[in-house]
Design a protein around this ligand. Sequence first.
Ligand code: NAP
Length: 267
Amino acid sequence: MSQENYLIKSNASAKNRKPLQDKVAIVTGSTYGIGFAIARRLAQDGAHVLLCSRKTENVDKAVQQLKEEGLSISGIPCHVGNEKDREKLVAMALVTYGKIDILICNAAVNPFVGPLFETTEEVWKKVFHVNVISTFLLIKLAVPHIQKQGSGSIIICSSVAGYLPQPYIGPYSIAKTSVHGLTNMLAQALRFMNIRVNSLVLGLINTSFSKVILKTPEIESKLIPLGIHRLGEPEECAGIASFLCSEDASYINGENIGVTGGMLGRL
Ligand code: NAP
């Protein structure tokens, strides 16, 4: 084959290739909301996706829906705060697909909405355990397997509250600030393994999670002063996640990337 024909052929096959073709991705907290939209988008972009959440019925429903869309999906119940569940999650990815390239740490909790000085030790412990410590521990479990692929991508879902702490969701805000630190530290530690770590700094997105927060009158009345012109949709968080996992983002590492509709306004 001539050089010219070879280039035409390889360009054509590159064009037909999806950006995440044959990659294996784990997405936590992915049976509805933002995680579900990300899982679906990664699969549409060519990945085999293992989704999970705490409730078996939610896992079954999400897997069935995405399989009906012709996507490569499997699922397992997993509470990310539980060590055995985290181990089973990683093991299932390896048994089902034989490797892990991508990990999206999306699952998080916010068990309390109210004045800062009414928050209890229990609330602080739960929020930090699930949103920060368990995120790190799952990444720690997955990294040796991602490393075997020679490169990979990790995304942690964070919040604008990590930059603009909200007193009515105090522990959650501070935990998300920690996620930004964690992202930065992991990116430093893993760049020599060619594993990139970025976070999505999400604004107010239209999910069951934000509905609870928006029901609080003290927060609702502050939406316009906070610069929220409309809620984002989960699908509006999914394309950026797929891009960050793709080769097109191969030099983007250690970033906390805003998906806020302009609310964050960092310089
Ligand atoms: P959501 O609509 O409440 O969905 C949460 C998903 O996570 C569900 O699939 C849920 O399923 C699962 N889940 C909850 N706790 C879990 C746990 N401990 N282990 C595993 N899975 C769990 O939430 P969302 O709004 O999509 O939020 C997703 C991420 O975006 C979170 O990190 C959140 O902090 C962040 N975020 C959201 C907003 C927003 O406005 N929505 C803003 C900023 C940041 P089960 O019930 O079956 O477990």
